[in-house]
Design a protein around this ligand. Structure first.
Ligand code: C2E
Ligand code: CA
Ligand code: CA
Length: 702
């Protein structure tokens, strides 16, 4: 080979270029992130750097001398690659950098970003260099992003906030659920969605969970843009930086209102009768069990009323099921209207309904009476005419009643069975009636119901009259009488007030009865005033607490005194301590007003109540009446004697007079006189007697 000697400059250039070559070689070799390969026009590998070994899996020894197309080009790309390579060698240009998916030695895809250049050195074969950056790491990150973006636009509502709960980003579902567009929501605090249904404690608990475990999950009521409050299932996760500080919150939620509705529907199906929407047997038993527990805890009682329409089957069979159903709906409505809010009306099926009454109090007879009056109300309500489309229908009802709670514990369905049995009893006794399971209770309740009806009639029928019982001082000097009401019952004869006063109090009839007593007493006083034998007599009249509490009591009594012309000084009202359970101030005011007009006051049954002495001192009383209970055993029971003494001392200190009632023997009278009691009332002097007898008694000079 012929060579020309080199000039010094050329030598310098050559060594510089050699050095540069060496540098580039090293650079090529060490470029760890960049696979660099050199190829000849036929694809023969002439250069293979270290990064190529890692990216494609072939060592330089394996690759050099091999063919590009066999090594790293997937079969389907052979033709285009061959074309491109040929073009590059022909034109001496590279193709623009591009993404390609090449092949690893082990067959897997290698995503690369590939640049190509053809280097032609005169006299040497042109070499195409490929520089491939491995994209697999980047591609994965890109995939993650794409997946995240897809996930973010999922069916669930999502929002991302900063640590101060200011919304930074929301997705499409967020907008669909809340009604707020991204533009409206971003920049707002999440309070925007608050429904106001949760208290501070709820949010404190939520924050506590997030602080402790990084997330919270639960049901929450939020408010849509249109104002509708809806339930959502919400998960909030805190996003923390590497120092553990919360930088963001991610909320994911779904609207569960549809779910809730379904849940409600399922509950409705399980516990309610689809026709009437009343609780079914299952829910009734549930409530009954609860009521039994409450009763045993509070020593109260409840009642089960088993209500069954008479002849329902006939209606169904004659006019048809549609009308039958209509009737049942009416019945359900009427039943519901008959009970209080806490009570349960249930439909067991067919024409059988059950009413569960709770909180009827401790006293069995009172509870039974209340249950009876609800039962009676139901019987009457269900007895009204029904309009069923074009039909008018009349129906009667049989009701069985039983109480539960007070006696021994029992299974839940026992009261139900008892009430049902009582209902059948009601059917056999002629329908359209109520029947208690307990025969004794039935008797008592019936009697009382009868009495109640009779009592209503009694005032109109002038069946009441006053008896008079003498009140005396010292050795029998008559000062006046206590007026005691009697009821001349057309069948039962003279009924004592002990039997009907409590009933009159319960039913409110005491008001008109009490007014009648006062009217009669005042008229009597006025008549006596005109006759010298009687003109000095006083009349003590019992006034029930309920009556005295009436707003118009004072003006009515004053008007009565004026109308009858009775001297107020001859009238003495007997009040009991039960008046002092509430509004003592009001009582004092009323008493003072009457006292100012001359009316006197005696405190009846004194010693049996629990009135506080401080109240007692403030009442404008004239007299204490030692209860007959103490007088009865005053000679034998040291306690009773001590109480009588104490009443005397108390009266003395308060400057009040004292009268003892129920004095039956001379010995009792003497004992009372001995401890300082000078006024008496009792069988020893006279029983309560009719007016004519009393007037005779007075005229005989007592
Ligand atoms: P009370 O006011 O304590 O009346 C006294 C009761 O004791 C009367 O019973 C009377 O007949 C009876 N009694 C009188 N002396 C003796 C005696 O020596 N021994 C015994 N064992 N008993 C005696 P009554 O008339 O049956 O009245 C019962 C209660 O009915 C009265 O008790 C009073 O609380 C109430 N009452 C009577 N009349 C009226 C009235 O017009 N209005 C109101 N609100 N209550 C009345
Ligand atoms: Ca009395
Ligand atoms: Ca008394």
């Amino acid at each position: 080979m012929f060579t020309t000697p080199l000039t010094a400059a050329a030598q310098a250039r050559e060594s510089a270029s050699k050095i540069a070559d060496l540098r580039f070689q090293k650079l090529f070799e060490d470029a760890d992130a960049m696979s660099i390969q050199g190829y000849l026009v036929d694809g023969t590998v002439v250069y293979w750097n270290r990064a190529s070994e890692t990216i494609y899996g072939y060592s330089a020894d394996e690759a050099l001398g091999g063919n590009l197309l066999d090594l790293i080009i997937p079969a389907e790309m052979r033709a285009p690659v061959e074309g491109a390579v040929r073009w590059m060698f022909e034109t001496g240009q590279g193709i623009p950098p591009s993404r390609m998916t090449l092949r690893h030695k082990d067959g897997r895809d290698v995503p690369v970003y590939s640049s190509h250049t053809v280097v032609s050195i005169p006299g040497q074969s042109a070499v195409m260099f490929c520089m491939d950056a491995d994209m697999s790491v980047l591609a994965k990150a890109e995939d993650d992003l794409r997946i995240a973006a897809t996930a973010f636009e999922s069916q669930q509502g999502m929002s991302i906030t900063n640590a101060e709960s200011v919304i930074l980003r929301v997705n499409q579902a967020f907008t669909q659920i809340t009604g707020y567009s991204a533009a409206e929501a971003v920049g707002q605090n999440t309070r925007l969605l608050a429904s106001g249904r949760h208290d501070a404690a709820f949010f404190n608990a939520m924050r506590g969970d997030i602080a402790r475990q990084g997330s919270w999950q639960g049901e929450i009521w939020n408010r849509r843009k249109d104002g509708e409050v809806y339930p959502e299932w919400l998960t909030i996760s805190a996003v923390k930086d590497k120092d553990g500080r919360t930088t963001h919150y991610v909320s994911i939620f779904s609207d569960i209102s549809a779910h809730k509705v379904a849940e409600e529907q399922i509950k409705t199906l399980a516990f309610y009768d689809p026709l009437t929407h009343l609780p079914n047997r299952r829910l009734l038993l549930d409530r009954l069990a609860q009521a039994q527990v409450t009763c045993s805890r509070r020593a109260g009682q409840g009642a089960v009323l088993y209500v069954d329409l008479d002849n329902f089957k006939t209606l169904n069979d004659t006019v048809g099921y549609v009308q039958g159903d209509l009737l049942l709906e009416h019945v359900a409505n009427r039943l519901t209207a008959c009970v209080r809010e806490g009570d349960t009306v249930a439909r067991l099926g067919g024409d059988e309904f059950v009413v569960l009454l709770e909180h009827l109090g401790e006293n069995e007879l009172d509870a039974a009476n209340e249950a009876r009056s609800v039962g009676e109300k139901i019987r009457q309500a269900l007895g009204q005419i029904y309009t069923l489309g074009v039909f008018e229908h009349h129906s009667t009802t049989s009701i069985g009643i039983t109480l539960f709670g007070a006696a021994q514990p029992e299974t839940t369905d026992e009261p139900l069975k008892r009430a049902e049995l009582a209902m059948y009893q009601a059917k056999t006794t002629g329908r359209n009636t109520l029947q208690f399971f307990d025969p004794q209770m039935q008797v008592e309740v019936t009697q009382r119901a009868g009495l109640e009806n009779d009592l209503r009639e009694a005032l109109n029928q002038h069946q009441f009259l006053l008896y008079y019982q003498a009140q005396v001082v010292g050795d029998g000097h008559l000062t006046g009488a206590e007026a005691l009401v009697r009821w001349q019952h057309p069948q039962r004869g003279l009924v004592s007030p002990g039997e009907f006063i409590p009933l009159a109090e319960d039913t409110g009839m005491i008001l008109s009865l009490g007014q009648w007593v006062l009217e009669t007493a005042c008229s009597q006083l006025a008549k006596w005033a005109a006759q010298p034998v009687f003109s000095h007599l006083t009349l003590a009249v019992n006034v029930s607490a309920k009556q005295f509490r009436e707003e118009k009591f004072v003006p009515q009594l004053l008007a009565l005194l004026t109308r009858t012309g009775a001297n107020p000084k001859r009238l003495k009202l007997e009040l009991t301590e039960s008046l002092l359970v509430s509004d003592v101030e009001g009582v004092i005011t009323k008493m003072a007003a009457l006292k100012a007009c001359g009316v006197g006051f005696s405190l009846d049954d004194f010693g049996t109540g629990y009135s506080s002495l401080s109240y007692l001192k403030r009442l404008p009383l004239d007299q204490l009446k030692i209860d007959q209970g103490f007088v009865k055993n005053i000679l034998t029971d040291t306690n009773d004697a001590a109480i009588a003494r104490m009443v005397m001392a108390l009266a003395d200190s308060m400057d009040l007079a004292v009268i003892a009632e129920g004095v039956e023997t001379q010995a009792q009278k003497e004992f009372l006189a001995h401890i300082g009691c000078q006024a008496y009332q009792g069988y020893l002097f006279s029983h309560p007697i009719a007016l004519a007898d009393f007037e005779k008694f007075v005229q005989q000079g007592h």
